[in-house]
Design a protein around this ligand. Structure first.
Ligand code: TRP
Length: 443
């Protein structure tokens, strides 16, 4: 009875637009703008892009639909959704819950960096042409400043789930995502007008087959899962606020297309500029924070462009951060029947504690290594290479073999449903298992 009443109170997205903006907000994040370009840079450019698109369409779309379907059918967060299938599956929900603590621990640190760069470009605390690699390294190595920036970012993310699904999460995404898209178009088009920008485009769009290795496939798959927010119940949670008659196939199609276009536009915004100023495209994680400031230093109105770029990066990170938090908030709120506000405070505090060592991984803890990785890298590696694929495999097996989701929640086309089920049960899990084992060097 109590559960029935809480189900009746469950918030719903107020429109299809709100749902698309929220899922797109979750998907488009540091993964598209910070990670995608540099991973593409290190993996042979266009070939990586091609692999990424193929894997997204043929592999990742299946668990993506599966997450939405699970949420839509159960109308619960990730822990209760698994428990409703079978009490014994509780642990699978908790595994997603743990993942949703691991990812923010490093994601929010990078979010804090974007806040810092906004301050630098906004107030001109460092002259634009003096922002360098040293600026980044000195900042990240400090004990207090990056922590404060990370906390600012965490609080800004937490405000929205704190206010609720409709008044908080939905409003944030409805406003920020359209703004983000306009800014991205503007910066990408500006990048095309730079001298020599064609080199950047060639790098992105002309495949170099000699660089094709198994690692390319693996990295592309990991990137595709991460950027679509698949593998920790984000889409289960967002899907649980859907009405029964909403069309998740159409939404997923839009999500995949929108997310890919945005990643490509992010590349178009970055690579022509990088090539135009003869900088190194495979600079790694520092590409956005170290290489791009050199571009802004050389551009007319560099301070304006720099500010705009980091606001854009911040927006992307913010809407993803909101979705990351919402997973654990929704999960404990209904599991322990506490208020949304209390759940937000509890989860933010837990994440905050873990943000100390990840932040300090760039400073005085940089020498402390486990498996040759800093604490930041351990959290990233464990979450992205172990937990996300593992959760995705479990999801496909449990939903495909045990839950057998209701067809009418997905489609009324029997053929489509059969193909989906076949991929879900027989194709996607073995591929994911194989790739995960290869990725961990176990095969
Ligand atoms: N997709 C986001 C990005 O590209 C990050 C993200 C948000 C995420 N929610 C997630 C990644 C859930 C994995 C799982 O930056």
């Amino acid at each position: 009875m109590a559960i029935e009443r809480s189900a009746a109170k469950r918030p719903n997205w107020s429109s299809g637009f709100a749902f698309i903006m929220a899922t797109l907000g979750s998907a488009v994040g540091l993964g598209n703008i910070w990670r995608f370009p540099y991973v593409m840079g290190q993996n042979g450019g266009a070939l990586f892009l091609l692999m990424y698109i193929l894997l997204t369409i043929f592999i990742c779309s299946v668990p993506l639909l599966c997450e939405l379907l699970l949420g839509k059918q159960m109308r619960r967060g990730v822990i209760r959704s698994y428990e409703k299938i079978n009490k014994k599956f509780s642990a699978f929900g908790w595994l997603c819950f743990i993942t949703s603590i691991f990812i923010p621990c490093f994601y929010f640190v990078v979010g804090g960096w974007t806040v810092n760069y906004i301050f630098i470009y906004l107030f001109g605390t460092i002259p634009v042409n003096e922002i360098s690699q040293a600026t980044f390294e000195t900042f990240a190595a400090q004990p207090v400043a990056p922590l404060i920036m990370g906390i600012i970012f965490l609080v800004l993310c937490a405000i929205f789930p704190f206010r609720g699904v409709n008044k908080g999460i939905e409003q944030a995404n409805n406003i920020i995502m359209p703004l983000f898209i306009i800014m991205l178009f503007f910066l990408a088009v500006t990048g095309l007008f730079l001298p020599n920008s064609i080199e950047g485009l060639k790098f992105m769009f002309a495949p170099d087959f000699s660089k094709f290795t198994f690692t390319t496939v693996l990295t592309a798959l990991g990137q595709a899962l991460f950027t679509l927010s698949v593998g920790m119940g984000c889409l289960v949670t967002y899907g649980s606020y859907l009405k029964k008659d909403s069309d998740i196939i159409k939404s997923s199609g839009l999500l995949i297309i929108g997310n890919t276009i945005i990643a490509v536009l992010a590349g178009i915004m970055i690579f022509p500029a990088v090539f135009s100023f003869n900088l190194e495209p495979s600079a790694g994680a520092g590409l956005v924070f170290i290489t791009l400031p050199k571009v802004f230093a050389a551009l007319p109105f560099g301070q304006f462009f720099g500010l705009m770029f980091f606001v854009l990066l911040f927006f992307a990170a913010l809407t993803s951060g909101i979705s990351l938090l919402e997973v654990s908030i929704a999960a404990i709120l209904e599991k322990f029947k506490i208020s949304r506000k209390l759940a937000t405070v509890i989860m933010s505090s837990i994440i905050l504690v873990f943000m100390f060592p990840t932040t300090w991984s760039f400073g005085f803890l940089s020498g402390y290594k486990m498996f040759n990785m800093t604490f930041f890298e351990v959290m990233d590696f464990t979450a992205s290479n172990i937990l996300l694929p593992l959760n995705t495999i479990i999801l496909c097996v449990v939903v495909g073999w045990i839950l057998k989701p209701k067809m009418e929640l997905l489609t009324n086309n029997k053929k489509f449903y059969d193909v989906f089920n076949f991929l879900l049960k027989f194709i996607v899990p073995p591929i994911l298992i194989l790739l995960m084992l290869f990725g961990l060097g176990l095969v």
